[in-house]
Design a protein around this ligand. Sequence first.
Ligand SMILES: C[S@@+](CC[C@H](N)C(=O)[O-])C[C@H]1O[C@@H](n2cnc3c(N)ncnc32)[C@H](O)[C@@H]1O
Length: 260
Amino acid sequence: MTTDEETPPPGGPGIGDYGRTFGEVYDDWYPPEFGDGTAAVAALARFGAGGEALELGVGTGRIAIPLARRGVRVHGVDSSPEMLRRLRGKPGGHLVRTVLADMADCDLGRRFTLVYSVFNSLFCLPDQARQTACLAVAARHLAPGGRLVVDHQIPAGVSPGISARHFHTEEDRFRFSLVDCDPVTQVMDRRTVVVTDGDTVSYRSVIRYVWPGELDLMAAAAGLVPLARAADWKGSPMSADSPGCVSVYRHRAPGEGAKA
Ligand SMILES: C[S@@+](CC[C@H](N)C(=O)[O-])C[C@H]1O[C@@H](n2cnc3c(N)ncnc32)[C@H](O)[C@@H]1O
């Protein structure tokens, strides 16, 4: 682990690549209010009130910067030097303490009132073993009485093979994705294609999605127990067609059985 963002973090091939693909377009595609970002900041501010927070996969600070503006002292881990550089260059970026590291294998040597992972950052880790390792990292950094909050999408109608999804249309551009899904490995290989007059650019991302029950099991393996789960940041109840899931965990108390 290092705070020198010119040095690549330890890890296997591909770790730290995210910003090379998405750094330039990230803040344009995902402005702060995207995906209920405003409600996310409000909820996280309540969990982190009076303490310090750690975001795993902080990106360009879409959530971390407004959270820091609300008085929470926010630290952010990311494996992409490019994403962290963009965070630091934004107004308010100096409020977030950034660490270039692999969120599945790091130790900052301190604990936080709130550890959180939002907007599918956990899905960037390529398999169940690394995702479970990330939850162990989260547990290790959680202070006694602290909370881990994990926010992720629930893929609708997962079926094998390729499906297309329209994203966004502006006057001069059209954005859609082609997703090749393997329900056995839970890996989605996505090509997002941006078409403008006379130009087509494609961006590739490979994610491994997680179901809520699997997240509980991975959390249990890290010594965490579920406290609450909602379909969104406003606390709406989960239903069969909830598009997302916000889960809250705490440390398992000594002598308390694993619940998942
Ligand atoms: C979907 S973005 C989310 C960024 C931010 N949380 C947000 O809400 O906008 C996922 C982030 O996770 C980071 N990431 C991917 N793999 C990582 C790893 N192994 N360790 C740390 N960060 C990682 C990427 O660089 C990227 O910034």
